[in-house]
Every structure is written in C-alpha cells, then in structure tokens.
Design a protein around this ligand. Structure first.
Ligand code: 3HC
Length: 693
C-alpha cells in the first residue's frame, strides 16, 4: 500500500492515510483504504478501527482532477459502504480539514473525534455539484435535514465546536486526536453501543421534514436557476421518501449528471487555475522571503484606506500616510465607518473592530514610511506624482523594504527609476473596493528581485487575496482587456444598440452589472479624464460627459435616476443623442440580438487576452481567467474569458473577429496570431496551458 499504513495499538487498528499534499481521495488511495479496512476488519485480534491521516489535513475530498474522466474502481461510495458495513466500530480522527468526500469518509465511520482547530464541510456546491458519496443521505440522518441542508447549500466549513453542537462529531479532543479516537474506539467495542449512520432515522422527524421543506422552498426561490442547488433539494428530500440504498443511488445519479455539466467543468477549471496562478515562473517554491511585520500605505483616499484595512484585517500594523492631518482623519473615519457597518451587519465583533482600527495609525509626511517592511503607494494616478514619492521613499525607506505602487496603468520601471533600488520596486494592483475584491495583480518588472516577488505573492495570500503575477505593460492584464470591452460597448451604441440592451446582454450572461450601469455608478467623468490625458476620444461617452451627465452622482448618465434612485431608467434624451452621433458617423442604425452583443463585447477581450499571452504579460490562460473572476466579477460558472472562448470554439471567435474587423475597419479587431494559430490547429487555450506547464 502506497497511501495508507496500518499500525496496531492493543486491539485497535490505526489506519493512517498519507497522500500528500492534502490526502485527496484519488484512485490509489481509495484502493488502499478499501484494502486496509478489509485487512483490519478480517483480523480477529482487532476489535475496533481508527481512520486517521498524516499531513496538514484529514482529507480534502475527492480528487477533483479525476472528475470528468472514466471512473476507476473502487469508487468512493464502494469504499464508504465497506467502512460503514464493517463488523467492528470505526472511528474517524479528524485534524485540519475534512471536506467533501473527506467528510463523507468520516460520516461513514461510526463515530468522529476532531481537534479543536478542525474544519468540516461539504463544499461541493462551490464546484457546481453536490456531495456524491452519501453526504446528502448520511449527514441528515446524523444531524437532521434542517441543519444538514444549509451546510451543504452554503458549502462553508464549520468549526469542530459547531460540529459537536450539531452532533456531527462525538468529541472535540483537547489532547492528541488519535489517542482520543483510540480511547473512544475501545469503549465502543467494549460496550457494543455504536450505530451505522445509514441505519439511523431518529433525527428524521416530521418537524425536521417541515423545517427542511421551508428551507428548500426558500432555496428554490433564491437559487432556482442553479441546477446543483435544486439537485441538492431533491437528494436531501430523498431521506424522507426513499430507503437509504435508494437515496444513495439517487444522489449518485444526480452527482454524475452535474459533474458532466459545463458549469461544473468551468468551476473546476477555476479551482485549478487559481492555484496554478500562485506559482511564479522562474521562482522556485520555497524561495526565501523578506519578513513583513509592518506596512505603510501612501494616500488615505478610498483605495489607500481599503488597502490599509487589508493589512489590519490580517493583523499587520499599518501606517496611513498623507500630506495633511485632515486627509488622514477623513481616511481613518471612512475606514471606521466601513468597520461599523460590518459590526451592524453582524459580520464583525466590536472587539475585532477595535483591534483592527488600533492597527491603523495615521502620519503626516513620507518619513513615517521609514519603519515599514513594505510601502504601498496609492497616490494620485500621475507619473510625476509617483516619481516624486518614490524618489523620497528611496531616501527614507529602510534597506530591504519592498516599495510597491498600486498604479492601475503606469509603467513600473519608470517609477522604479526614481529610486536607486529598482530591485525592490514592483506593482501591487488592488481592485476597488480593496478590502473586498480578492484580486491582486502583482506586476513584475524586469529588474525586480525574485524574493521581492515571492514575498508579495505570499503576503497577498496572507491578506486573503488571490495573487496573479503579471508582466509590466499599459493596464497590465485586467484593465487592458477591460479597455477592449469598453471600446466595443461604445462601438455597439454607434452601430445601433442602446445602453440597456448592452447591459442586459452582460447581466444575462451572468455579470452583476453591465458596462453602462457600472460606468454610471463609478462616475463617467473618470474615464473621460483618462481619455483626455491620453489624447483619446469616444464620441458617445464624451458627449454624455460634456452634457454633465456623470452618472448616479449627478442623477443622470447613460440612464436617468429620478429622485436619486439607484436603478437607472432609460433616458430618451440619451437615446436621441446616441442616434444623432450614429448619424454624424454616417451609420444606419440596426438592431442587435443579445448573442450578437455578447460576441461583440467579449470576442475583442479574448483577442487581447491572446496578445497578452503572446507578449508574456500573462503566463497562462488560467491566470487571465483568475484575474477576471476575482477582479471584475466575471461569473465563476463561465470559467473566465479564455475558458469561455474554449467553450465557444476558437475558430468561431476568429471568424467573428474577422467579420467585425472588416465591418469597422479597425485593425485591432484582426485576430491575434496566437488565436489564429490555435484555431487553425483545432486547439483550445487550455491545451496551450498544458504545453507551457
Ligand atoms: N482534489 C485534487 N487536488 C486538490 C484537492 C482536491 N480535492 N484539494 C486540494 N488539492 C491540491 C491543490 O490543487 C494544490 O495542488 P498544487 O500544490 O499542485 O497546486 C494542493 O492540493 C494544495 O491545495 P491548496 O493550495 O488549496 O492548499 P491550502 O492549504 O490553501 O488549502 C484546502 C487546502 C482547504 C484543502 C483546499 O485545497 C480546498 O479547499 N480543496 C478543495 C476542497 C473541496 O472542494 N473538496 C470537495 C471535493 S468534491 C468531492 O469531494 C466530491 C465528493 O462528494 C464525491
């Protein structure tokens, strides 16, 4: 056996799973575990069995990389049937996480002991599926359907204490968890008082059923369009209407159906893409990092305040630096108000609020950055301003401090050139609101030291962010692609679409907001100012701003917001203005279907993504997907723009781009060479990833 070992402690056999890094239940482990249970169960000298695990987790679940491939026996339900059916009591000794199939292993055992720090959950819903190895049948039998259903619907893990309160674990071990499990196993064997979860029905009362049905009705109202949420309702309902064996079979059928669904494929792609994105090409895992005990953020505006919150939330003291005390006071008050909202909502305790606020101190003048291990500049987006700050930082920052700019567009080497330590300078591009959005683009200019990049990536994870290392270049990855979508949206207006049609196409696709509603929310003047500074124009967007229609804050933008309403209404004046601009451009307006609008918005983004890959600004297509999911609210179940392009077919996208380029005369819409090559070879972006890895 490669992944499991058996040891004896008296009459108890300890089966230890050892399948690094996280004991995922791949085919080899399933086979070994089944073998171990059979061997221990057949040993007359063994009275009870403990299933424990080596490493940092009990079991992280089924091996997600096996999904969608032909099943290899024994499948997990077979292994669990053997555990549950064992003639000796089997006790799970849980440490770290017991997730998905990992928790299902524990549920098939006859009792469970967990360490105080253990986390237990069934996160399958987040992968577009439902538990597929008895979780939907055993958990309700153990803790009642009304408690089991929300746990599976949210997918969020719970603490050992909460699990004990629910009856999911029998003991929280103060000392060694295996010792405690062995002791429990002994006593179960001695008393003979142990049950098989599948045989229990005591929690499935009429009252429990009513409570479950109320929750199911609520879930149907809110998530009726999520096939896995509805499958979960159906599977759990089976505990009241079907025998245990029938319930297991029904669950498995629903599970296998969902595994084959495109949405689950996309979510699995996202899982691996996010993890791969954390691997930095050319930098070995385990590269020594610089210690980060204190931080400074320059600029106490919305962005700077949000970044300071990220540090405080992670327990790292941070100094918020401005030129005047009044700006600091404003910044800190804004931060305090955001924390207060979390307290009111119940997501933050007053003690934690106080602890976090105490970690943020304000200071006037850059000299205060002298003590920080990392300085993040979030000042005005203008090269002159940035250079001045970095040249001063060069004077005051301690040796070895990491100097990062939060610029969204500007050239990092030019900023670094203002210092005599370009090896310590990189970009750390947060997304607004910085305390909420998960993405952190880490911009790696040519001259930066490897340990600086490695430290930034690991710091990002400590801050709860999803880091993606990108190359230097205007707008890096996310904003560079966003610019293509913005241009496409403007082109659509001139060609004949209206703002609400463009927005509806994107919300129909799964975005929370379309580009025009978003621009109205953020302020149309922001883009106007940027265009002016770059000598660019956009006929409709500029005209809207020239009319003073900056969006929600002025009550008018692409939409009208009567009485300060948050949801905009169609504005006949805006629509007339757009028609007029079409005429000026000599365009005969025509109608576009939702599918046409989507293609015109998204294909140019994919094209730019292909260029970004060609230039090496992004390492892998999955990095681009990770950026769009975590920074721009791309719907996760669509997998990101490059994954989406693969599902559409790259040849289809090439043809559509060619047609758009011909119609508009815009050479930028010509398919990128990489896109053309992959399409002509009948390949996908994901195959490109496989080759690069
Ligand atoms: N299958 C395959 N690989 C997995 C995995 C899984 N279930 N869980 C983690 N891994 C891999 C990761 O891809 C990563 O590989 P890499 O080093 O090559 O990139 C490695 O294990 C370490 O993972 P993380 O970087 O995520 O490590 P962390 O310590 O940050 O987190 C974790 C550990 C909390 C276990 C996290 O990995 C996680 O949430 N895993 C997924 C849990 C999950 O969704 N389980 C349910 C699976 S579906 C299921 O069980 C179906 C069943 O009902 C039949």
């Amino acid at each position: 056996m490669q992944t499991v070992r058996i040891a004896r402690r008296g009459a108890v056999a300890i089966v230890t799973i050892d399948n690094p890094p996280v004991n995922a239940l791949g085919a080899a482990l399933r086979g070994d575990l089944l073998g171990a249970i059979a061997e221990a169960g057949a040993d007359a000298a063994v009275e009870a069995i403990v299933i424990a695990a080596a490493g940092r987790a009990f079991i992280a679940g089924a091996d997600i990389s096996e999904f969608g491939k032909p099943p290899v026996r024994p499948v997990l339900p077979e292994v669990l049937e053997a555990i549950e059916g064992c003639a000796r009591p089997v006790v799970a000794a849980i440490h770290g996480v017991a997730l998905g199939g990992g928790l299902e292993v524990a549920l098939a055992c006859h009792a469970r002991v967990a360490t105080p720090a253990a986390r237990l959950g069934l996160p399958e819903i987040k992968l577009g599926i439902i538990p597929g190895a008895g979780g939907t049948q055993r958990l309700p039998r153990l803790i009642g359907a009304a408690d089991a259903f929300p746990l599976m619907l949210s997918g969020e893990p719970i603490s050992a204490d909460r699990a004990a309160a629910l009856g999911l674990v029998d003991q929280v071990a103060a000392g060694d968890v295996v010792d405690a499990a062995v002791a429990l196993a002994h006593s179960l064997a001695a008393t003979g008082r142990w049950t098989r979860t599948g045989e229990r029905a005591d929690r499935l009362t009429a009252q429990d059923r009513d409570a479950f049905e109320a929750l199911a009705a609520d879930a149907t109202r809110k998530s009726g369009d999520m096939p896995n949420a509805m499958a979960l309702v159906e599977a759990v309902r089976g505990v009241f209407t079907l025998s245990f064996a029938e319930g297991l079979a029904a669950e498995r059928a629903l599970f296998l159906n969902l595994v084959a669904d495109e949405r689950s494929k996309a979510l699995r792609h996202v899982f691996f893409a996010e993890r791969e994105a954390a691997k930095i090409p050319g930098i070995a895992a385990g590269t020594a990092e610089r210690p980060i005990a204190t931080a400074a953020v320059i600029g106490a505006g919305t962005m700077g305040g949000g970044i300071a919150m990220c540090f405080a939330n992670a327990g790292i003291p941070v100094t918020l630096i401005e030129q005047q005390q009044a700006q600091i006071d404003n910044g800190i008050n804004r931060v305090a108000a955001i924390y207060e909202m979390s307290v009111t909502r119940g997501s933050l305790t007053p003690e934690n609020r106080d602890r976090r606020i105490a970690l943020i101190t304000g200071a006037v003048g850059l000299a205060a950055a002298g003590r920080a291990d990392i300085v993040i500049e979030a000042a005005f987006e203008e090269m002159g301003v940035k250079q001045e700050i970095f040249s001063e930082l060069d004077r005051v920052a301690k040796q070895g401090a990491i100097l990062a700019s939060n610029t969204s567009y500007l050239d990092i080497p030019t900023i670094a050139a203002a210092t005599k330590r370009p090896q310590d300078v990189l970009g750390m591009h947060f997304f607004s609101p910085a305390n909420v959005m998960k993405l952190l683009e880490i911009v790696r200019p040519a001259g930066v030291a490897d340990d600086v990049v490695a430290t930034a990536v690991s710091l990002a994870r400590k801050l709860g962010k999803v880091p993606v290392v990108v190359g230097n270049g205007f707008g890096f990855v996310g904003n560079r692609m966003l610019e293509q979508r913005t241009k496409a949206a403007e082109r659509l207006l001139i060609a004949g679409a209206l703002p609400h049609e463009v927005d509806a196409a994107l919300t129909g696709f799964g975005f929370k907001m379309g580009p025009f509603a978003m621009s109205d929310l953020a302020g149309n003047d922001i883009g106007w100012r940027t265009r002016k500074s770059r000598g660019k124009t956009a006929a409709v967007a500029d005209a809207i701003c020239e009319a003073g229609w900056f969006g929600q804050k002025t009550g008018r933008g692409y939409y009208i917001y009567p009485g300060g309403a948050r949801a905009g209404e169609r504005d006949p004046e805006v629509e007339a203005l757009i028609a007029c601009i079409s005429k000026e451009h000599g365009v005969t307006r025509r109608r576009f279907t939702e599918a046409e609008i989507l293609a015109r918005l998204l294909d140019p983004m994919v094209n730019e993504g292909a260029r970004i890959l060609e230039e090496g600004v992004a390492t892998r297509p999955g990095d681009i997907d990770t950026i769009w999911l975590n920074g721009y609210n791309w719907p996760a179940w669509r997998g990101g723009p490059m994954h989406w392009a693969d599902t559409v077919g790259l040849d289809v996208i090439v043809k559509r781009l060619e047609a758009q380029a011909a119609e508009s005369g815009d050479a930028a819409l010509e398919p990128a060479p990489l896109l053309r090559r992959l399409a002509s070879e009948g390949k996908t972006f994901s195959e490109l990833k496989a080759k690069a890895a």
